[in-house]
Write a protein that binds this ligand. Structure first.
Ligand code: GLY
Length: 315
């Protein structure tokens, strides 16, 4: 019997655009249409690569770039403001083939922070760069830069103004729509990858860093386990080590992907946190788990695709 050709192998792409209080009476029809269209464009970008036999790593970067460029999500353009009114973005990427990883935190001028995370992985001896140093690395390595006006939107400014008027809520996103974006993929060669990008939390201060750029918290990929990207209250995801916990549970064989994801989210909830995760396994299973009322999400594979926003939608 001949072995399967690459074109016979399955591929899978799962994306998210953030979890939180995502309910029909809080989103206008126009916003909903735009968000679904953006999720579909992100699925297009990643699926094209995977369908033609490209790498999971390329697919997750391509999908996240689309969401970073769309102002409806809290990553890249449309990132939330810090308490001082700056944009400081975090991103991470991981390759399940060799567990190579790259991450950046507090970057201000790179148009697509996920590309910078990948450059750190591939063009530096390090895993994690931050703030001015990461900005400098980005410029020195020729990544596309954008002015502050590219990232800033009137809606995010309004959300900061609202938060600053309610100082007792300073640690929490006023709309509890975390809006972090992410993608996980399996390619036809059987490799998985994960990518996560965010502006963090509205009104964050003191150089606060969430889970998104922390390998093992908001992002993890291991061909022996699975690929995971998270969205939610980063402090809890860090304490649980969500992404690594899920991948290791699958690797060790304690749990299937859905059970592992649900267990990690239950652990987040037990500590008082909320959010969600997406998972893809080397066997081609795609999983969502969230403990919020909704999560912007989508998935695609050879059999078709789906996009969903609300908790009661099939996905
Ligand atoms: N999950 C995004 C953050 O906490 O920054």
């Amino acid at each position: 019997m001949s072995s399967a050709q690459p074109s016979d192998q399955k591929w899978r792409l799962v994306i998210h655009g953030g979890a939180g209080i995502i309910e029909r009476d809080r989103i206008t029809a126009g916003e909903e249409t735009a968000i679904r269209a953006a999720l579909n464009r992100a699925l297009d970008a990643g699926s094209e690569i995977l369908e033609s036999g490209g790498a999971a790593l390329d697919a997750v970067e391509a999908a996240v770039r689309v969401l970073e460029d769309d102002p409806h999500f809290n990553a890249g353009r449309g990132s939330v403001f810090t308490y001082e009114g700056r944009i400081e973005m975090d991103a991470s990427i991981m390759d399940g083939r060799d567990r190579n990883a790259g991450a950046v935190s507090g970057v201000t001028g790179t148009k697509n922070p996920i590309g910078l995370a990948r450059a750190v992985m591939e063009q530096s001896p390090h895993v994690f760069l931050s703030r001015e140093g990461a900005d400098q690395f980005s410029r020195e390595h020729g990544l596309e830069q954008a002015p502050a006006s590219w990232f800033e939107t009137a809606e995010r400014r309004r959300q900061l103004d609202e938060l600053r008027a309610r100082p007792e809520a300073e640690h929490f996103d006023v709309h509890l729509k975390y809006g972090t974006v992410g993608a996980v993929a399996l390619d036809r060669a059987g490799h998985v990858a994960a990518a996560t990008s965010t502006g963090g939390l509205t009104g964050k201060r003191w150089g606060r860093i969430g889970d998104s750029p922390i390998i093992g918290a908001g992002c993890y990929a291991d061909d022996r386990g699975c690929a995971v990207s998270g969205t939610g209250a980063g402090e809890y995801f860090i304490r649980v080590g969500v992404a690594h916990a899920i991948s290791d549970a699958v690797r060790i064989g304690h749990d299937g992907a859905q059970a592992a994801a649900d267990a990690a989210m239950a652990d987040v909830a037990a500590l008082g946190g909320s959010g969600g995760v997406i998972v893809v396994t080397p066997a081609g299973e795609g999983v969502f788990s969230f403990n919020t009322s909704g999560m912007y999400r989508g998935e695609a594979g050879p059999a078709g695709r789906s996009v969903a926003l609300y908790g009661d939608e099939r996905s």
